[in-house]
Design a protein around this ligand. Structure first.
Ligand SMILES: Cc1cc2nc3c(=O)[nH]c(=O)nc-3n(C[C@H](O)[C@H](O)[C@H](O)COP(=O)(O)OP(=O)(O)OC[C@H]3O[C@@H](n4cnc5c(N)ncnc54)[C@H](O)[C@@H]3O)c2cc1C
Ligand code: SF4
Length: 327
C-alpha cells in the first residue's frame, strides 16, 4: 500500500480546501466516509491516494422533511440509521428495505449514504490487480467479457466494460425522484440522480459525473406521492451478505384494479442503477394483473444483451418482480 497522510476535516469548506489544495500541489486526495469500500481498495492496491480526508464526523447526518413531503438525508448518515428512521420507513419503505437487504448489520452501521452511492463495482477482476481491467487500469482490457460472467451487465455494457452496479440503495433511489446535492470548488451543484452514474462507453474508469473534489452533502428524495406503497425485492445466492443477482424496486399506485402510476428500478442487471421506463410505460393505465406485470418486465428486457456466460439472467428478473406485486 502506498503511504498517505490522514487528515480529519473540520467542515465541508475545510474538506474542500484540503482536497483542492492537494490537487493544486499535484497530489491526489480521497474522501473517507465509512471506509467500508475505500479502505479495502487502498489495501488491495486498486486505488492509491496521497491524502485521505476524513469527512465522517461532519455534521451531515440528519433526516429532515422537505416541504413537498419528501425527505432530505445527510450524505454522512449511516445506512443503518436511515433504514430505521420512522420517516423513511413510512414515506419511502423501498429505501429502508433496500438498505436492509445490503451487506451486514455491522457494515450498515459504518456505511454512509454518500459512500453507498459511490461504491465501486464488485466485478471480481476489478478487485484482482493481477488481471486486466479497463475500469481499474484504462486500456488494459476487460477480463470479464470472456471470463466469469455470472454478474455481467445485461443493460448498458460496452466493449470496454460489462460490470454491474452493486448498490441496493441506488436501485430504490432510481425508482424515485431524487436529487444529489454536492459541494465543489465553484459552490453547490444539484444533480438529478439519473445523471449521477455514467455508462462505461470507452471510459469505464469514470463511474460518475462528479468532479474529483466534489463532496456529496445531501440526498433529497422528493417522491412520487404514492411511494408509501413501495417494495424492494432482491434475489441473491444466499440469504444475507451477498450482492444482488437481480433486484427490483417498485412503487405502485393502483386504483380500481388499474395501474394509475408506477415507478420501477432494476438492480444487478445494468452498469448503473436502472430505471425501468419501458416497463413503467407498459403498465401505466392498464390492469394490475400478474400477466401485465410479467409482460412489462419482458418489454423492459427487450433491450437486454445477454452474453453466453449470463444465459439465465433475464428470466431471473421475473421472480423478484412478481414478489413486489404480490406483497
Ligand atoms: C462484505 C461486504 C458486503 C457488502 N454487501 C453489500 C450489498 O449487499 N449491497 C450494497 O448495496 N452494498 C454492499 N456493500 C457495500 C457497502 O454498502 C459500501 O461499502 C458502503 O455503502 C460504502 O459506504 P462508505 O461510507 O463506507 O464509503 P467509503 O468506503 O468511505 O467511500 C466509498 C467511496 O465514496 C467516496 N465518498 C464517500 N462519501 C463521499 C461523499 N460524501 N462525497 C464524495 N465522495 C464520497 C469515497 O472517497 C470512496 O471513493 C458491501 C460491502 C462489503 C464490504
Ligand atoms: S467488466 Fe469492467 S470492471 Fe470487470 S474486468 Fe471488465 S472492465 Fe474491469
Amino acid at each position: 500500500m502506498r503511504p498517505f497522510t490522514y487528515e480529519r476535516a473540520r467542515s465541508v469548506a475545510d474538506a474542500l480546501r484540503r482536497t483542492v489544495g492537494a490537487t493544486d500541489d499535484g497530489a491526489s486526495a480521497a474522501y473517507l466516509a465509512g471506509g467500508t469500500n475505500l479502505i479495502d481498495h487502498l489495501r488491495l492496491g486498486i486505488r492509491e491516494t496521497d491524502r485521505l480526508i476524513d469527512v465522517s464526523h461532519l455534521d451531515l447526518t440528519e433526516v429532515t422533511e422537505l416541504e413537498d413531503g419528501g425527505l432530505r438525508v445527510g450524505a454522512l448518515a449511516r445506512n443503518a440509521d436511515v433504514a430505521a428512521h420512522p420517516l423513511v420507513r413510512r414515506r419511502f419503505p423501498v429505501v429502508s428495505a433496500a438498505m436492509l437487504a445490503g451487506a451486514s448489520g455491522q457494515l450498515r452501521n459504518m456505511a454512509t449514504m454518500g459512500g453507498n452511492l459511490l461504491q465501486r463495482t464488485r466485478c471480481v477482476y476489478f478487485q484482482d490487480p493481477s488481471t486486466p481491467c479497463n475500469k481499474r487500469e484504462p486500456g488494459s482490457g476487460c477480463s470479464a467479457i470472456e471470463g466469469l460472467g455470472t454478474y455481467n451487465a445485461l443493460i448498458g455494457a460496452s466493449d470496454a466494460c460489462v460490470a454491474v452496479h452493486p448498490s441496493d440503495l441506488c436501485v430504490a433511489l432510481a425508482a424515485l425522484d431524487v436529487t444529489v446535492v454536492v459541494e465543489g470548488p465553484l459552490g453547490e451543484r444539484r444533480i438529478d440522480f439519473a445523471d449521477l452514474h455514467r455508462l462505461p462507453g470507452d471510459h469505464p474508469e469514470q463511474d460518475t459525473t462528479l468532479d474529483r473534489s466534489e463532496l456529496i452533502t445531501t440526498i433529497e428524495i422528493a417522491g412520487p406521492g404514492f411511494a408509501g406503497h413501495s417494495r424492494y425485492r432482491k434475489l441473491r445466492e444466499r440469504a444475507s451478505y451477498a450482492f444482488a443477482t437481480v433486484s427490483v424496486a417498485a412503487a405502485l399506485d393502483v386504483q380500481d384494479g388499474r395501474v394509475a402510476d408506477v415507478r420501477l428500478g432494476l438492480g444487478g442487471v445494468a452498469h448503473r442503477p436502472h430505471r425501468a421506463r419501458r416497463a413503467e410505460d407498459a403498465l401505466r393505465g392498464g390492469p394490475a394483473t400478474h400477466e401485465a406485470y410479467a409482460a412489462a418486465i419482458a418489454a423492459e428486457l427487450e433491450q437486454a444483451r445477454p452474453v453466453p456466460t449470463t444465459p439465465t439472467r433475464c428470466s431471473s428478473c421475473s421472480a423478484p418482480s412478481r414478489r413486489c406485486w404480490t406483497r
